[in-house]
Design a protein around this ligand. Structure first.
Ligand code: FMN
Length: 200
């Protein structure tokens, strides 16, 4: 009996630690940052050079908010067909694969980066970059899934332009293998986007 009670007590102590390790809370996204919109639009471009500089949590939160945050009336920073909000955004960084929960403003660790990197890093510069986003959705016959991912990567591209970050949208990836690593069932990988700081 005592063994059971001690066991249960240990488990209840251990569980929150386990959960905390797998959940990464993000700082609130900053709304008053960046540059004038038209300047960011003019500056948006692909950059394929990445220094080792880490992306701090504040930028990570801002990037994810730009891509897929909840901004108004329980809706997103991008428009979605019939407001169904059918997309998921994963972030590969710091040796983990993390699923973004916009409502909770956190990330849940769902895998190890080393398992997915061979399938996203078909171009060498990806190995240097600190962050890759993976957009996933259930494909549909109207192409809405691609439209949503495109809206999200454009928002991220504008954020990067405003902050001096480099980014490149990347379709040169192994879609099926990434899907397997993520454990996708009905969803498919739509596109990826690699982000990081240029050499200063
Ligand atoms: C859907 C899509 C897929 C892309 N895939 C790749 C890719 O796999 N590798 C790459 O280096 N660039 C990729 N790009 C970046 C394009 O090459 C780039 O956007 C294009 O050359 C125009 O340059 P800009 O973004 O600076 O205007 C992709 C862009 C889009 C929109």
């Amino acid at each position: 009996m005592l063994k059971k009670i001690v066991g249960a007590a240990l488990m209840s102590m251990a569980m929150p630690v386990m959960a905390a390790e797998n959940i990464k809370d993000l700082p609130n996204p900053e709304i008053n940052t960046g540059m004038p919109l038209m300047e960011a639009i003019a500056k948006r471009k692909t950059g394929r050079e990445f220094s080792a500089k880490k992306i701090e949590d504040q930028d990570l939160s801002n990037i994810l908010f730009a891509a897929w945050g909840v901004s108004h009336d329980d809706k997103r920073t991008i428009p979605t067909a019939r407001n169904l909000q059918k997309m998921n955004v994963y972030a590969v960084f710091d040796e983990g694969i993390w699923l973004y929960d916009a409502k909770e403003n956190n990330l849940a660790k769902v895998g190890e980066a080393k398992d997915v990197i061979p399938f996203i890093a078909k171009q060498d510069f990806v190995l240097q970059a600190p962050l890759t986003l993976i957009f996933t959705a259930v494909p549909d016959d109207k192409g809405y899934a691609q439209m949503h991912a495109g809206s999200a990567y454009q928002n991220v591209g504008l954020y990067c332009a405003a902050k001096g970050l480099n980014n490149v949208v990347r379709g040169m990836i192994d879609f099926d293998e990434i899907g397997k690593v993520l454990g996708l069932k009905d969803e498919k990988v739509i596109i990826t986007q690699t982000i990081g700081w240029p050499y200063m």
